[in-house]
Design a protein around this ligand. Structure first.
Ligand code: KIV
Length: 274
């Protein structure tokens, strides 16, 4: 059965950790769903991980919809969370509603995620009023990389920590179903998790959050690029070895052998053609 935000509230109450993975395509969503992951985030990190952009700002609504549709075709049980891309909700509450509706109606998502705290209370309230579950992403919010001056741990000073707590409370009061914290000191994330009634999900926010999220390609070792401190590689599926073996097998003529080819019982007549 499809997971819902009610299940996640129960998981928080029962201290049963929520598992979330950011993934973008049919095969990875199918593998995650079959393995029993609770939530699949169609993250705007797709801009960097799959589309090769420098940051998450360049991915469009149209592109995010394509990925969301692929994931929702694959996942039968996991909650599908679509990430609102840059400028799909910051421009106005009307735009936020229109774009979130596209994710729900066309993408078949079960909820949306947006980056921001108290300044997006009105937007979160409007989405919640429209029965769209909203997950608010606070702490390091990559869409604000230019304003933040880089990808840095947030909430390091007393004032910054207080602002994060206030943001978490404000988005919960506005109707957010969950709060996702990125790059927040563990102790502060623990405090926020204790204060909030809704579940928290952490990435680089320590072990005390109600759940964790990592990017599929990061924790499976599917790429060899920059590895943030919070990423643990649970597998090393580096494709380089396989690619090299394929190239060598083709060049040497070893592949495809008969095992991988089609033959006719009687094919002598082919020689006689032309
Ligand atoms: O886009 C994404 O993958 C995310 C996670 C890093 C939380 O927002």
């Amino acid at each position: 059965m499809r997971k819902s935000i009610i299940d996640f509230q129960k998981q928080k109450a029962n201290r049963d950790k929520i598992t979330m993975v950011a993934a973008y395509d049919y095969p990875s969503a199918r593998a995650l769903d079959e393995a029993g992951v609770d939530m699949i985030l169609v993250g705007d990190s797709v801009a960097m991980v799959l589309l090769g952009h420098e940051d998450t700002l360049s991915v469009s609504m149209e592109e995010m919809l394509i990925f969301t549709k692929a994931v929702s075709r694959a996942a039968k049980n996991a909650f599908i969370l679509a990430d609102m891309p840059f400028m799909s909700y910051q421009s106005s509450t009307y735009d936020a509603l229109q774009n979130a509706a596209k994710f729900m109606k066309e993408g078949r998502a079960n909820g949306v995620k947006l980056e921001g705290g108290s300044e997006f209370s009105e937007c979160i309230r409007a989405l919640s009023r429209a029965s769209i579950p909203v997950i608010a992403h606070i702490g390091l919010t990559p869409q604000s990389v230019n304003a933040m001056g880089g990808y840095k741990v947030q909430g390091k000073s007393k004032e910054a920590a207080k602002k994060l707590i206030d943001d978490a409370k404000a988005v919960q009061d506005a109707g957010a179903s969950m709060v996702l914290m990125e790059c927040v000191p563990s102790k502060l994330a623990q405090k926020i998790t204790q204060i909030l009634e809704v579940p928290t999900i952490g990435i680089g926010a320590g072990k005390h959050c109600d759940g964790q999220v990592l990017v599929y390609h990061d924790f499976l070792g599917l790429h060899q690029g920059f590895k943030p401190k919070f990423v643990r590689k649970f597998a090393n599926l580096n494709p380089n070895e396989g690619i090299k073996a394929y190239i060598n097998a083709v060049k040497s003529g070893e592949f495809p052998s008969e095992e991988y080819s089609f033959s006719l019982e009687n094919d002598e007549w082919i020689e006689e053609l032309y």
